[in-house]
Ligand binder design. Sequence first.
Ligand SMILES: Cc1cc2nc3c(=O)[nH]c(=O)nc-3n(C[C@H](O)[C@H](O)[C@H](O)COP(=O)(O)OP(=O)(O)OC[C@H]3O[C@@H](n4cnc5c(N)ncnc54)[C@H](O)[C@@H]3O)c2cc1C
Length: 446
Amino acid sequence: MRIAVIGSGTSAIGFLYHLLKTHPEYEVDIFERGLEPARRAAEGESILYGFGGAGTFSDGKLSLSPQIGGEVADYIGYESFKKYLPECLELWTLGFDRKALERSDLSEGPRVWDIKRAFNENRMDLTLGEFIHVGTDNLATVIQRLYSLLSSHKSFHFHFSTPIKDYSHADTAVIDETGRSYGPYDQVILAVGRSGSVLLNRILELSGADFTSNTVDLGVRFEMPAILTDEITQILYEFKVSYITAQDDKVRTFCVNPRGYVVREDGSDFSLVNGHSYTHQKSDLTNFAILVTHKFTEPFKDSFEYASSIARLANKLAGSGKILVQRYKDFKALRRSTNSKMQKSFVVPSLKGATPGDLNLILPRRTAADIEEFIEQLSRVIPGANNPDNLLYGIEAKFYSTKPDFDQWFRIKGAPIRIIGDASGYSRGIVQATISGIALAETIGL
Ligand SMILES: Cc1cc2nc3c(=O)[nH]c(=O)nc-3n(C[C@H](O)[C@H](O)[C@H](O)COP(=O)(O)OP(=O)(O)OC[C@H]3O[C@@H](n4cnc5c(N)ncnc54)[C@H](O)[C@@H]3O)c2cc1C
């Protein structure tokens, strides 16, 4: 069998890792717009493109719960999810002693329930889920090991710096940016994540599917002294909290990085803010996203366009730094943070080069009000969350992909193409993206 895999990110790695065990004889061409790991690291390539995909420079937080990071278990079944989870963990901790890695500790029963009760008493919901934290530094080593393993297999052929632009239904071939055609293939697998939305939309267009998503989570990355969050993060590692504001909007925390670093995430069209944490390098600050859910109905429902326009505006105002940073005190007072004001702040930004500015010039009034209300509410459980010196960075956004209709296992209606990972709309994190790849590899030859 000849297979084309487009993308060499998280879900593609899950697919190839499992295929190596079940069907090592299959000939597979892997097309990747970015670079292999060593060059990717050396050349400071984009945070999203290259072997490992968005996962490579990520924080490496592996959520073990089928309820967190997507709905893959709803699609493949909870039994299958449980069956593939050990292989997924084996892969993402390759060569490391898993027991030595940081993890959430839900075994501290009464203390966990005390924390949950404190949030509930303040009308906030805390989602508890188990996870392992590989860390950005260890993850880079794992990625290198995975690449050595997969690229040394004689029937896996990697094509780097080869963005795929189109698909030809007539001869089941894929076509790169220069117009060169590869194929024919028995199977074409799209594993392009969120960064491959142009190709995904093109393919969904060919199949006649509806592909706009009407929901986006938009907000800021928040940074505060770690000493104020340690009591919670030392037990839970992260706190996934959601809250309904006075205007009935849902606000949530996402991707908490205890003693971590805020980072800039450059896409091809705009830059967003995100956060990391390392196993061996710690800051004195904790960062997390505060996101407000925006859902559109009629006549406008292109949530990607909405959030990306706001991000582009923030990038313009920030100049070459692309990301704005503001003290909470200034955010509340609707005034700009400046370099001199920032120098008086006790919280020194972990992201160097962000431009002091005013996020109120960017965020819609309702979104800004929701964020302020959330921070005040959070401070009832985490005293000091509303300290004037805490920092907001913008913009952070999480896009929801639509789930295309599948007529066969991961296969879209109207085109013989299978979609795995975040592009399928079923995953939003490393574990679920990987498991979708493993699940496809298990069945692809049947
Ligand atoms: C900064 C950051 C931090 C994150 N941290 C975590 C975390 O701690 N824990 C967690 O569970 N999840 C995390 N995530 C999410 C996680 O990384 C993704 O859910 C996961 O990587 C999705 O896997 P994927 O295979 O669908 O896509 P990706 O891993 O993004 O892979 C897609 C690949 O396709 C390639 N590609 C795109 N278009 C084309 C094209 N046209 N032709 C050829 N190649 C193409 C891209 O270059 C990329 O390599 C993070 C994401 C980001 C951005």
